[in-house]
Design a protein around this ligand. Structure first.
Ligand SMILES: [Zn+2]
Length: 352
């Protein structure tokens, strides 16, 4: 069994890593010079690939970035059929920020960057915490507060927060200068992540909330705003919102198991524990490949739980299931399905 991305997606994932590298290279640069080496390498790879396939190639980094924004990757990069959903872009056309698709692709394969960064930071945090309950408390702190719009040191020194804040404060950085506009910085109350109030399509947020779920909070003092790094915002805090709902509906039976991967476990039938992981991802195929990797590393069956809105999309579910490598012990559930199934299991075992 292999959970690696298809071999011909190399240029695609390289461009995704380059775009994320550029956006995160300097707090203030946004998509401007100087370009990080990962982006220059991605351009070289795209040009080589284009020459070998005899297709048009971008004439430089600026044109490559325009293509990331204006064109679907399959229009100019080798992308296996059905690998990405229709209409995908690597850079949001209106917010001019890397898309969730871009971040998910940047995390694929042995050279993946973002999700791996999140895992590494969480493993370090677990070491610093020294105990699972303290780590769980700190992880929940990050999930509840991926963006702190108005940092108030006295609030963080209150007894209920002081210990967690001492352990997590280095994971927060100033909000990158390409987010505030006209002296205002926004976050989204739906996903809790950074947002932009005024794009050509209206408000935009990093978590991809539906417009009816998206209400923006605002601060007039961008200098006082802090945010987790992109890796933690997208791969810990975003699915964490859904995970909090799953855990609250399952009750105290659910507990952390693998700290870096975010895998939780719950007693299963016959008291053997079941492992589950909550995902909130735009792309079902890369999600399935990553889930298979996690299941293989974890060495057992893995239930992947996604928000109801994602699982309700039959196309998403079909693409996820089809992308699982043969032998992968992964099953996709919506939150409602998973909680209902687990509650029924609990009732059965209590009456057995
Ligand atoms: Zn949102």
């Amino acid at each position: 069994m292999t959970a690696s991305p298809p071999p011909d997606t190399g240029p695609l994932t390289a461009v995704a890593r380059g775009v994320v590298g550029l956006a995160d290279a300097a707090q203030s640069s946004g998509f401007r010079l100087p370009y990080p080496p990962s982006l220059q390498l991605a351009l070289d790879r795209v040009v080589l690939d284009g020459l070998s396939r005899r297709v048009a190639v971008p004439r430089g980094v600026p044109e490559l970035l325009v293509w990331c924004r204006e064109r679907e990757p399959r229009e100019w990069l080798p992308v296996p059929p059905g690998f990405l959903t229709d209409g995908s872009r690597l850079i949001s056309r209106t917010a001019i920020e890397p898309t969730r698709t871009c971040a998910e692709l940047a995390s694929l394969g042995p050279d993946g960057v973002l999700e791996q960064e999140a895992e590494s930071l969480m493993a370090k945090l677990a070491d610093s915490c020294g105990s699972i309950p303290r780590f769980a408390q700190c992880r929940d702190f990050l999930i509840h507060r991926p963006v702190v719009l108005r940092f108030d040191p006295t609030e963080m020194l209150q007894p209920s927060r002081a210990q967690a804040w001492r352990l997590v404060k280095d994971l927060y950085k100033p909000v990158p200068d390409h987010f505030p506009a006209e002296g205002l910085v926004h976050s989204c109350s739906g996903c809790g992540l950074l947002a932009k109030a005024d794009t050509a399509d209206g408000p935009w947020c990093e978590g991809g909330c539906a417009s009816e779920d998206r209400k923006l909070d605002v601060s007039h003092q961008p200098g006082q705003a802090l945010a987790l790094t992109r890796a933690l915002r997208l791969f810990v805090a975003l699915p964490g919102r859904t995970e909090l709902e799953v855990r609250s509906r399952l009750g105290p039976r659910s507990g952390p198991f693998s700290v870096d991967l975010g895998v939780h476990q719950i007693p299963g039938p016959g008291r053997s524990p079941r492992a589950y992981l909550v995902y909130d991802r735009a792309q079902p195929v890369p999600a399935a490949l990553r889930a298979a990797e996690v299941a293989e590393r974890f060495g057992g069956h893995l239930d992947v739980v996604v928000p109801d809105r994602g699982a309700a999309d039959r196309t998403y579910r079909r693409a996820f299931d089809r992308a699982l490598p043969g032998g992968a012990q992964v099953r996709l559930w919506s939150v409602s399905e998973f909680v209902t199934h687990e509650s029924a299991d609990k009732t059965r075992s209590e009456h057995a």
